[in-house]
Structures are given as structure tokens and as C-alpha cells.
Design a protein around this ligand. Structure first.
Ligand SMILES: Nc1ncnc2c1ncn2[C@@H]1O[C@H](COP(=O)(O)OP(=O)(O)OP(=O)(O)O)[C@@H](O)[C@H]1O
Ligand SMILES: [Mg+2]
Length: 461
């Protein structure tokens, strides 16, 4: 029988590509808008159930949760996304797992999670012949004591292997301090809600700190921005002062970019965003840590002004227009203007003043950042880490001296005007209110916590 000619099929409507963003928090919250601007659709995944409550749900067609019984992996299989990326540190491992499941571009599958675990990270660099600090995970006081004797130098750093936000990171000047720091880290729940399995004991790198942001494609790395990071040790805790973008003719730039590329390759970062923290040791850069994700808490317009494209634009371009992205690999480092990102610091529990807010708003080079969003009357806690910093202010100018002047002015405004110290009565009232809020949050979470436990039990049985 002669087969009949079937009528011409109408051309299939090309469906818009789909991106899955795992934990779109902090800078990662901007990914959905940028994917949409490129004509993509977006689905969010929460790697921990509470993240689903804080995601900008309007930005996504669906918000999926990774928990027992939710069938996340099957749902992702059915959706057949065109890219899976992490939006924050929480989501790094799950994003890689889902991208691998779908056969999408993804970083190398290496044992021991060297992109999440700061101890394995050091080991991996050493194995691959890349300069690395001394250090490793210690799981008991005796083990730490042995490492301290072997290493024999101070200061050392004690920190969790898998946390963020400088949580628990301590610079220790003596054996006693190191042992005390170990007790505050080992076995504790950290800021990523994981229990610390011991702690990382690490050589203290005493030189200038920098960070380098990159986006990689098939193992090639575009290190598009390098910033100097000024950090102070306040009572052993590293506290950010300010970040300053590096000029294209900075004498250290070439060395920092070359080293970052070596680190990324050694850590198996082949695809997607990364944020590396590096310190100089003498003339040589040495890694503090790399996150296989976007830099957090960024005021993106300022990063765009400096580099011509910020990390979110570049990451999305890597998937949506890979040929355009690849063309950038051959372009020289670009620093169109200068920028400084100043971390506000509150010396004691205080209330923000109207005069202080007005003085910050009047700074000639201030362009944005949460520090400009402070409100008169707002309570602020004493700054001891990243989580108690009330905000950052981005200063942008072609003339670096204008930025320096505004940086000094910010510190003057903080000292003389911005924070009215809280009275003892206010402090007691706030502490009581905070306790009441803590209890209320737990009471409200109880039904969903119980439901989750029941689901987990069912999935196990
Ligand atoms: N070995 C080290 N030598 C010197 N300083 C260090 C070392 N390790 C950590 N630090 C300092 O402590 C800070 C926090 O450490 P680290 O980056 O490892 O932790 P984190 O929790 O990822 O913090 P963040 O989210 O702030 O980057 C670093 O930015 C750096 O200033
Ligand atoms: Mg860090």
C-alpha cells in the first residue's frame, strides 16, 4: 500500500528554554529577571523547605522543594530544563546533582565535595599541584593538638568546613585560643544549618585579601572582576571593612587572574559562576576558599558600571548566548570606573538617627547598597560578623580620591552621627522582644515541622 502523504505539520511552536535556579537567594534572586530578559522561563528549587518561604515566588513558574516524598528529581526530569544553576551556597550540591541527572553542563564530579568542603578543597589543590595553605579537618581536641604541634606557628585559623558568612571563623594567636575556638565550632549547627563535623585548622595567610569572580564555560574561565578586600581582625573575628575594585593596570592583576584560573580548574569548576577569596603570601596568591556560585550580597548596577557586565548577566549569557559569552574570553580585563563597597559597622547596640541617614544620602559618590536603605529609628545590633553588619554602601567614581574621601566620611558619620547608643532599658526590652519572636517562630513552624517529620517517616517506611 502506498502510504498517503500526511498533511504538512504546522511548525512546532518553539518552546522557550527553561532554567532551574536552586535557592535563588541574595545575588541569586536576580537570576530569574535576567533569564526572563533573555526570553527564558524559570523554575525555583528550595534545597531546604524554609527557603521556599523566602523565595520571590512571582519570579517563577513553580517553586519546588527538595524533601522526602516531594518527587523533586522526577519533576525535574519531566520539566527537562535547559540549565540548572545554584542561586546561593546552600544550593551548590543539589544544583550540580540535578544538572548531572539531566546531562546539562556541570562541574566535574569529584570525591569529597572539594567545592563545598574547605578541607578537601585544600587537599585537592595540593594534589593538583596548585599552591595551597596548610590545613585540614580535625575531629577532636587531640587531633587539633597534634596538628598545632606539627605546624608549630601562630596565628592559625579555626573555622567550619562547610559554612558561610564568616560564621565561626576565628584567628587564633595561641594553642589555648585554638583549642577554645575548636570547642565553639565542632559539633555546632552552622549558618547553613549543617552540624560541623570537627573544624578546619588552617595556616593563617597574613597578606592582603582579594576576591575574584568568574564565569566558566566548558572548562574555560572568564575572571571578569578582581577586588581588593580590606579585613580587620576584631577580637579574633575577621570583620569586613571595604572592597575596592582593581584597576586594569594593577601590578597584581595578572598574577591573581592566572592563579584563580588554576584554582578553578583544580577544583573541577568547568561551568557556571564562582567566587574565590585569595590572600597574598609574600609575592604569591594563596586561596582562602572558593564558592561554586555567584558572589553574595552585591549591588549589581555598581558591578556593571565597573566591568561592563555583572556576574548575573554573564552567567545567564553563558547559557542563553554561549557564542557571545565565549567571545568575551579573548577580551582584555575591563575596569571602566572605580568602585568601593564599604561595610557599615555598629560599635554597640544602637538606634539609627535621621541626621545620619541624611548625611549618608548626601555622599557625592554613593550609588546604592542596603546601607543607603537604613531608616531613622531603626534598631541595629553591634556588628560582630557578616550577619550583624547593617548594610554596605557602594561608592562609584572615575576619580579614586573622591571615593577615598567618601569612605573616610562614612566612618566619621558612623562615629559622630549615625548611631545613637541604645539605653539599658531599650536593650532589655529588645532582648525580651527577640526572645518572644524566637518562641513565636518556633510555635508557627511546629505544624510544618511535624508534617515534614511524618513525610520523612513515610518515605523511610
Ligand atoms: N587561612 C586564613 N588566613 C587568613 N584569613 C582567613 C583564613 N581563612 C579565613 N580567613 C578570613 O576569614 C574570612 C571568612 O572565612 P571563609 O571565607 O573561609 O568563611 P565563610 O564562612 O565562607 O565566610 P564568607 O561567607 O564571609 O566568605 C575570610 O574572608 C578571611 O578574611
Ligand atoms: Mg569566604
Amino acid at each position: 500500500m502506498v502510504p498517503s502523504l500526511s498533511p504538512a505539520q504546522p511548525a512546532a511552536t518553539p518552546t522557550r528554554p527553561l532554567a532551574v535556579v536552586v535557592d535563588p537567594l541574595s545575588t541569586g534572586a536576580a537570576l530569574a529577571g535576567e533569564f526572563r530578559r533573555r526570553g527564558w522561563r524559570c523554575v525555583a528549587v528550595a534545597s531546604i523547605p524554609w527557603i521556599a518561604d523566602v523565595v520571590q515566588a512571582d519570579d517563577f513558574e513553580e517553586v519546588l522543594v527538595d524533601a522526602p516524598g516531594t518527587g523533586l528529581r522526577e519533576r525535574i526530569r519531566a520539566l527537562a530544563p535547559d540549565a540548572v544553576v545554584p542561586g546561593a551556597e546552600f544550593g551548590v550540591l543539589l544544583a550540580e546533582e540535578l544538572a548531572r541527572q539531566q546531562g546539562l553542563p556541570v562541574n566535574l564530579d569529584l570525591p569529597g565535595d572539594p567545592r563545598r568542603d574547605k578541607s578537601t578543597m585544600l587537599e585537592r589543590l595540593r594534589e593538583q599541584g596548585v599552591r595551597a595553605a596548610a590545613g585540614r579537618t580535625v575531629r577532636s581536641v587531640d587531633e587539633l593538638d597534634r596538628w598545632l604541634s606539627e605546624w608549630g606557628r601562630y596565628p592559625v585559623v579555626i573555622k567550619p568546613a562547610r559554612s558561610a558568612g564568616s560564621d565561626g571563623a576565628q584567628v587564633c594567636e595561641s594553642r589555648e585560643q585554638a583549642l577554645a575556638a575548636f570547642e565553639t565550632v565542632a559539633g555546632q549547627r552552622n549558618s547553613l544549618d549543617l552540624r560541623n563535623d570537627g573544624a578546619v585548622a588552617m595556616e593563617y595567610l597574613d597578606g592582603q585579601q582579594f576576591y575574584a569572580n568568574a564565569v566558566s564555560i566548558d572548562g574555560e574561565h572568564l575572571v571578569h572582576e578582581v577586588w581588593r578586600v580590606d579585613v580587620d581582625n576584631v577580637d579574633g573575628n575577621p570583620l569586613y571593612d571595604r572592597d575596592v575594585s582593581l584597576a586594569a593596570d594593577d601590578p597584581l592583576l595578572g598574577r591573581l587572574i592566572a592563579y584563580t584560573r588554576e584554582v578553578l580548574t583544580a577544583l573541577g569548576i568547568t561551568d557556571g559562576a564562582s567566587h574565590s577569596e585569595i590572600r597574598m603570601q609574600g609575592e604569591q596568591p594563596v586561596l582562602v576558599e572558593t564558592g561554586a556560585r555567584l558572589k553574595g550580597t552585591s549591588y549589581l548596577p555598581a558591578h556593571h558600571a565597573v566591568s561592563g557586565a555583572h556576574q548575573v548577566e554573564l552567567l545567564v549569557e553563558r547559557y542563553a548566548a554561549p557564542a557571545d559569552f565565549r567571545a568575551r574570553l579573548a577580551e582584555p580585563y575591563r575596569a571602566a570606573t572605580s568602585c568601593s563597597c564599604v561595610a557599615l559597622r555598629v560599635p554597640r547596640p544602637s538606634v539609627v538617627t535621621a541626621e545620619g541617614v541624611a548625611a549618608l544620602a548626601a555622599l557625592p559618590t554613593a550609588v546604592g547598597g542596603p546601607g543607603l536603605g537604613l531608616r531613622a529609628g531603626q534598631r541595629v545590633r553591634q556588628t560582630t560578623d557578616l550577619y550583624t553588619m547593617p548594610g554596605r554602601i557602594y561608592l562609584v567614581a572615575d576619580d579614586l580620591s573622591a571615593i577615598e574621601a567618601d569612605y573616610r566620611r562614612i566612618r566619621e558619620i558612623e562615629q559622630s552621627l549615625l548611631y545613637r547608643p541604645a539605653t539599658p532599658l531599650e536593650q532589655r526590652r529588645w532582648a525580651a522582644e527577640e526572645r518572644a519572636r524566637w518562641v513565636a517562630v518556633r510555635v508557627r513552624a511546629l505544624p510544618s515541622w511535624t508534617a515534614r517529620k511524618v513525610r520523612e517517616r513515610r518515605a523511610r517506611d
